[in-house]
Design a protein around this ligand. Structure first.
Ligand SMILES: Cc1cc2nc3c(=O)[nH]c(=O)nc-3n(C[C@H](O)[C@H](O)[C@H](O)COP(=O)(O)OP(=O)(O)OC[C@H]3O[C@@H](n4cnc5c(N)ncnc54)[C@H](O)[C@@H]3O)c2cc1C
Length: 263
């Protein structure tokens, strides 16, 4: 059970940040994760009065506020059109609709969970994370850091990559056994492998992945899957996860090649 000793709803990000500097403080997202287990938050900072719930489409990017829910990401039509359903595919398997109506983008990204579908997707899209004090940080850098006492305010995603998102689950709404996102843009191909069960990692694919034949795609997928390490667990051992990653990478490349054209 989660215990909160002092609850605050700040009127500004500066006030939220000042509160976050207190010992024993924590920001509240949707509290889906925070409510698990038995612990106490001395100073709980609720961001829900700061208008951080938005998805704004600009000419060449999206800006998404930290308090946007997973359900809003799942149902957003402009995101769906630009990224060919990848957001709905990435978050649509997480627990259930009621849960996704509460869980937030900010909590999901800030948590940098090893099983995270969203982190896997955002890494492949080369997204950027905005922290109130620090400013913009690439998600690649953000993903490998430990948790900092800053406020995640929004995420920027440029519209310059095509993407395919795939995951394998033992049951429809379980944590993934493995999650993969393959993307291509003018700067080449990238693939992220998440839920290994460690944090998602980025692997760059060869430039000639475009238009490869079946045999070459299998070789690329095998090499990419072998480029990261895997752990065991109740959902599968390392060898199984790697075998699944290889298949998902192959399917991701095939899906993007089938679409043809450059982003
Ligand atoms: C049972 C269960 C199953 C799940 N299954 C999956 C799954 O299959 N795939 C998947 O990807 N995810 C899964 N999740 C994770 C879920 O999708 C969310 O990522 C998770 O609940 C965190 O989001 P939240 O809004 O609830 O954050 P919270 O629980 O409120 O916060 C999480 C952490 O982020 C911090 N935080 C929150 N917002 C901010 C902010 N704006 N700035 C700075 N720090 C912040 C909090 O202080 C806390 O440390 C699961 C979660 C649960 C409980």
């Amino acid at each position: 059970m989660l215990h909160i000793n002092h609850y605050y709803q700040p009127d500004s990000l500066e006030e939220a940040w000042q509160l976050r500097q207190k010992r024993g403080s924590a920001v509240l997202g949707g509290t889906g994760w925070l409510r698990l287990g038995e612990h106490t938050i001395q100073h709980a900072i609720d961001l829900s009065g700061l208008n951080l719930d938005y998805i704004q489409e600009k000419d060449d990017h999206f800006l998404i506020g930290a308090m946007t829910t997973l359900r809003e990401l799942e149902l957003c039509q402009p995101l769906d059109q630009v990224f060919d359903g990848a957001f709905a595919e990435a978050v649509g398997h997480i627990v259930g609709v009621q849960f996704r109506n509460c869980a937030t983008l900010g909590g999901s990204v800030y948590g940098r969970f090893g099983f995270s579908d969203l982190l896997t997707l955002l890494l492949a899209l080369d997204a950027e994370v905005h922290l109130y004090k620090e400013g913009w940080v690439s998600i690649e850098r953000f993903a490998v850091r430990s948790q900092e006492a800053d406020i995640l305010t929004e995420i920027r995603i440029r519209k310059n990559r095509e993407i395919a998102y795939l995951s394998e689950r033992l049951n429809a709404n379980d944590f993934p056994v493995c999650a993969v996102a393959v993307s291509k843009g003018k700067d080449g191909w990238r693939c992220t492998i998440g839920a290994r069960p460690c944090r998602a990692k980025l692997v760059r694919l060869p430039e000639d992945t475009e238009g490869c034949d079946e045999f070459a795609i299998r070789k690329i997928a095998k090499k990419a899957a072998a480029a990261v390490s895997y752990g065991g667990g109740m959902r599968g051992g390392p060898a199984y996860r790697q075998a699944v990653a290889e298949v998902l990478i192959r399917r991701g490349i095939q899906a993007l090649n089938a679409k043809g054209g450059q982003a």
